[in-house]
Write a protein that binds this ligand. Structure first.
Ligand code: ADP
Ligand code: MG
Length: 620
């Protein structure tokens, strides 16, 4: 039990202390945003209580309509923000107003570490929530009582390292934040100034925000208003409030659907990748409301994981309010809304891709890798998703669509060729691409981890199958290449049968096979995966994640037009070839060379060096 008769003193978490130093010391021109932050918290608190009251109506039995009330006391030089929301008890206060609970604020501090301490524009960019009160106040009091509890508490701090908590009295549940304004912040005692700030930043708040009994905002949930009545700024403010994001949304989608299941949605695609995009949980952050009552922001049943970059709200009056969150998640109506939303979002993205390809490319850089997860997880929409995909390729500096690739493909080409790896710049140099380049056949260069996975699920696009240039035999012969490039190709091919036998004998199990290559023009050798085997890059990925220890043996391909191989072929034809130590060393060196070209290490670096020196020595 807490001793309710004493005032306790606590120290802020170190990070909060740092944050407060920065915030309090700032003469930050945009400091009026403190009001937006406090109103936003008050509105969240009302949302929370409204939800709790669904299961326990006694919580709101005695309270008035939800509202956020502002109060100016010119004499005392205070401005207060009051709500009749959920309130906080002793442990809530300790947990939330003394530590950094919010990852957005943590991100703000990280960003500050990289920059000079004076770069306070960042505060506006991230928002620092409750602590922004100390931009304008030298003392902050929080009088609060949690819904359903008897005891009220007063939290007090001057923002200088410590805060106190003591028992107090408050009528009804909710929270009042009292700001004792700094000398240079008296402007926030002026009604006009306060009204202007509220209208600018908080119009979208769904509860009335009142000053002297006048309601300053529209006080209707923004997503229920007709799209034509909402300005771009209001959308952006709402996005900031509902998503704890501080960028300008890249795309706003506001829809009201009447049909099998009525629903309204206001969805945003951020212009920057959120920090948790690649967390293992792959959480969705879109908020679900039922008839304007906030239900949940853990909405994986509403938004597929591959659209988890979306922010915003979905509201349906057709879902039942009288069921638990868990029950609601299995409501078939929710699945219908999910389907409708997904289709809508994909079609909006397609429109954007057609209308503004450059802007779409930015979107793709941010979220393409996530969207591609849908190719694996949503078989029904696979073809729609493929239309949205963009790729790097050997033929162009900008990204290409699959339709663009197919349009440029050569006569007789029935595959979409691709190569996977870590880095497109390195891939471009790969020996595997030589034959394709010589014929002018375009190859897609795929460097997202997810690429290996969807390629196992997608078999074709517009009748053309996907084919890795590092696996299986090439069928380049069938393709009509660029004339000019074909003509240059007058190098003669050498018969390699004896050499191949000699290399096979020497390398044994280290290779699966040795064969002449059709894909090489300049390099002597390369390694490829056999048709049914795992692609080279996939194997590398699995090894890196510890899911595979031994690799599969690869096929070593030899370039019959390369002078090294032509000379080796001559030696292999000679009688004493079986005891030719140079030929033996060469076999290993060729294999290692192919590995190095793929960015891998020779299988035995010491042996590699010895052989290289031996061959060198003979040549000099
Ligand atoms: P955020 O709103 O992003 O969580 P803040 O710094 O603005 O971060 O607020 C921190 C926490 O303090 C909130 O998450 C909430 O738990 C609590 N809080 C702040 N203001 C209120 C309020 N008016 N009523 C209830 N809880 C509040
Ligand atoms: Mg907040």
């Amino acid at each position: 039990m807490t001793d309710t008769d004493t005032k306790e003193t606590f120290s802020f978490q170190t990070e909060v202390g740092q944050l407060l130093d920065i915030v309090a010391g700032s003469l930050y021109s945009n400091r009026e945003i403190f009001l937006r932050e406090l109103i936003s918290n008050a509105s969240d608190a009302c949302d929370k209580l409204r939800y709790e009251a669904l299961t326990d109506p006694t919580l709101t039995e005695n309270s008035e309509q939800f509202a956020v009330v502002l109060n100016v006391d010119k004499k005392a030089k205070t401005l207060s923000v009051s709500d009749n929301g959920i309130g906080m008890n002793h442990s809530d206060l300790l947990e939330t107003l003394g530590t950094i609970a919010r990852s957005g604020t943590g991100a703000f501090l990280d960003a500050l570490k990289d920059k000079s301490q004076g770069d306070l524009g960042l505060i506006g960019q991230f928002g620092v929530g409750f602590y922004s009160a100390f931009m304008v106040a030298d003392k902050v009091e929080v009088l609060t009582r949690k819904a359903g509890e008897e005891q009220s508490w007063l939290w007090t701090s001057d923002g200088k390292g410590q805060f106190t908590i003591e028992p107090s009295d408050r009528d009804g549940c909710g929270t009042t934040v009292v700001l004792h304004l700094k000398k240079d912040a008296k402007e926030f005692l002026e009604d006009l100034r306060v009204k202007h700030i509220v209208r600018t930043y908080s119009d979208h708040i769904g509860f009335p925000v009142q000053l002297a009994e006048e309601t300053l905002n529209s006080a209707s949930a923004i997503w229920t208003r007709p799209a034509k009545d909402v300005t771009e700024e209001q959308y952006t403010e709402f996005y900031h409030h509902s998503s704890h994001a501080y960028d300008t949304p890249w795309l706003v989608m506001h829809n009201q659907v009447e049909g099998a299941v009525n629903h309204k949605s206001l969805l945003f695609v951020p212009s920057m990748a959120p920090f948790d995009l690649y967390d293992n949980e792959r959480k969705s952050h879109v908020k679900l409301y039922v008839n304007r009552v906030f239900i949940s922001d853990d909405t994986k049943d509403l938004i597929p994981a591959y659209l988890r970059f979306l922010r915003g709200v979905v509201d349906s009056e057709d879902l039942s309010l009288n069921v638990s969150r868990e029950m609601l998640q299995s409501d078939p109506k929710l699945a219908k809304i999910r389907k409708a939303l997904t289709k809508k979002v994909l079609s909006e993205l397609k429109k954007k891709a057609n209308k503004a390809p450059e802007e779409y490319a930015t979107f793709w850089e941010n979220f393409g890798a996530v969207l591609k997860e849908g190719l694996v997880e949503d078989a029904d929409l696979q073809s729609k998703l493929l239309e949205l995909c963009r790729f790097s390729s050997t033929d162009s500096d900008s990204l290409t669509s699959l339709a663009g690739y197919v349009e440029r493909s050569k006569e007789g080409q029935d595959s979409i060729y691709y190569m996977t790896g870590d880095d497109t710049k390195k891939m471009e140099q790969s020996p595997h691409l030589e034959g394709f380049k010589a014929k002018g056949v375009e190859v897609l260069l795929l460097s997202d981890n997810v690429d290996e996975f969807w390629l196992q699920h997608v078999t074709e696009f517009e009748g053309k199958s996907f084919k890795s240039v590092t696996r299986g035999a090439t069928d380049l012969d069938k393709i009509e290449g660029d004339k000019s490039k074909d003509d240059e190709d007058d190098s003669s091919e050498t018969e390699l049968t004896d050499l191949i036998a000699a290399i096979k004998a020497e390398l044994g199990d280290a290779v699966k096979d040795v064969r002449p290559s059709k894909r090489l023009t300049d390099s002597p050798v390369c390694l490829v995966a056999d048709e049914g085997d795992m692609d080279v890059n996939m194997e590398r990925l699995l090894k890196r994640h510890g899911q595979l220890t031994d690799g599969t043996a690869r096929i070593l391909e030899l370039n019959p037009t390369h002078s090294i191989l032509q000379k080796l072929a001559l030696r292999a034809n000679e009688e004493q070839s079986a005891t030719d130590s140079l030929l033996q060393d060469a076999a290993h060196l060729l294999l290692d060379q192919a590995k190095i070209a793929d960015g891998e290490a020779p299988s035995n670096p010491a042996e590699f060096v010895r052989r290289l020196s031996a061959v060198f020595d003979k040549a000099l």
